[in-house]
Design a protein around this ligand. Structure first.
Ligand SMILES: NC(=O)c1ccc[n+]([C@@H]2O[C@H](COP(=O)([O-])OP(=O)(O)OC[C@H]3O[C@@H](n4cnc5c(N)ncnc54)[C@H](O)[C@@H]3O)[C@@H](O)[C@H]2O)c1
Length: 434
């Protein structure tokens, strides 16, 4: 190991977690080699390009990436062997995609097999991916032991599920408490030591891999279920002619009530997938879950509900209508549009015959209905629907709606409480809350 760095680390997976995590370690004076199977992504990253919306003390991730590349403290590669050669610490951030409700272990299995080929005595493998309960012991450990080395005896094996929120990664790697588990006490301590290089928050030991695996899932599921609660509430408030955001605000003045905010649905990689990771373990135990799948159904139905609200407000038949979709990300202030409910709303409107023009300043051009300015999205549209917040979205000056939207009964469906009640009543355009 070269003298100038604390540690040399290999990080597998350079996505929304892996890239900022790698850079967080380089900022803590470690040398990191990032490994990803996506050659185009590796090339982009090595040329200093990323679309992530992360900042560290106000500095955009793009600048940090370019600086660390230039300093030689970070590089990306598609070659696991090269990455593993000089390191003792290996971090895994490759997740399980969910296809038709089933977690696909394929990418993680391939990743672990590639690590097993270069694993050395004394190495630490720390998994940060969200897993199906039981996977650390039943899948991860045996795959790594294909190296001929035994977990807990010849190499350390730890599990610390990642908890950061996209858009706040650098801050939360430092400030978010971390749950850590190990195949044995020594592994737990090694894993905690590595995490301790970047975090100032509490490191909480779990008594087993399984406890850490399930705790991570219920963290995500609790948000999914609580969002479903207020999304379902919004059907009631709408029927009663009330504003759901006002009702939630009022209820939250109770000292023991903490309702979340309703919205156009729940997307991204984390919250919706968590139930699908827990379900196989529950099925294996012969259990029939009731509440969690119901919450998934409520949240999954939201994009269609929002699209139907828009269709009902149109002053012309859908085939003659134009609608501006504002915000395409799966959540506020993110460039991630994976499983985004906003995209689903846009697609549902299109399927009904509506011409959709969608604007999101940070989601990379992906969809044929995307345009590159707010004005282009709004110009001549019959109405708009606000689905995600971004810098400059929703527009600070709401008179822009009156200027650009079509004259006949323009409306703005506000799924994000961008224009809170009752001030919204004074605006020169009709605001329709969720
Ligand atoms: N995104 C978040 O905010 C977040 C938060 C907490 C936890 N997590 C969890 O962290 C994990 C990673 O999430 P993400 O959002 O970074 O996913 P991501 O899809 O953005 O990144 C995963 C990366 O792994 C790469 N990959 C696939 N197979 C590989 C292999 N064999 N070797 C090396 N790289 C490989 C992919 O090309 C991709 O770039 C998941 O388990 C997720 O549930 C994510």
């Amino acid at each position: 190991m070269s003298e100038q760095y604390f540690r040399e680390i290999a990080v597998f997976g350079l996505g929304f977690v892996g890239l900022p995590l790698s850079l967080c370690f380089t900022l803590a004076n470690c040398k990191v080699t990032g490994v990803d199977v996506n050659a185009a992504l590796v090339e982009e990253i090595n040329s200093g390009i990323t679309y992530h919306q992360e900042r560290y003390r106000g500095i955009p991730i793009q600048e940090i990436l370019r600086r660390e590349l230039a300093r030689g403290s970070f590089k990306a590669t598609t070659d696991p062997r090269e990455a593993l050669e000089n390191v003792r610490d290996i971090i895994v951030t490759v997740g399980l995609p969910v296809v038709a409700g089933q977690p696909d272990p394929g990418p993680l299995v391939a990743c672990l097999e590639s690590i097993a080929q270069g694993l050395k005595p004394g190495d630490l493998v720390l998994v940060r991916s969200t897993l199906v309960p039981g996977m650390m012991r039943e899948v991860v450990k045996p795959l790594l032991e294909k190296s001929g080395l035994q977990a807990g005896r010849d190499f350390y094996l730890g599990y610390a599920p990642e908890r950061i929120a996209e858009g706040r990664a650098f801050e939360e790697f430092v400030t978010m408490p971390v749950v850590v588990s190990g195949i044995n006490q020594e592994s737990l301590e090694e894993a905690a030591g590595l995490i301790g290089l970047i975090t100032r928050a509490e490191i909480i030991p779990a008594s087993s891999f399984e406890a850490a695996e399930v705790a991570k899932l219920i963290e995500n599921i609790s948000r999914d279920v609580n969002i479903a609660l207020v999304n379902e509430l919004s059907t009631v408030t709408q029927a009663l002619g009330l504003n759901v955001f006002e009702v939630v605000r009022l209820a939250n003045t109770h000292k023991r009530v903490k309702l979340l905010q309703p919205g156009p649905g729940v997307g991204g990689y984390c919250l919706p997938n968590a139930y699908h990771y827990l379900a196989p373990a529950a099925r294996k135990a012969g259990l029939q879950l009731e509440l969690m799948p119901a919450a998934r159904r409520v949240n999954d139905a939201m994009p269609r509900r929002v699209a139907d609200m828009v269709l009902r407000l149109l002053p012309v038949p859908p085939a003659q209508a134009r609608v501006a979709v504002l915000g395409l990300a799966m959540k506020d202030y993110s460039s991630d549009c994976r499983f985004s409910p906003a995209v689903k709303v846009a697609e549902a409107l299109q399927e009904s015959g509506v011409m959709v023009r969608a604007f999101d300043p940070v989601v990379p051009p992906t969809y044929p209905f995307q345009v590159d300015s707010l004005e282009k999205a709004l110009d001549g549209a019959h109405g708009a629907v606000i689905l995600a917040r971004q810098q400059g979205l929703p527009p600070e000056d709401p008179t822009v709606f009156a200027r650009f939207l079509d004259g006949a009964g323009p409306f703005v469906v506000d799924a994000k409480n961008a224009y809170p009640h009752p001030a919204a009543r004074e605006l020169p355009v009709r605001i329709v809350p969720l």
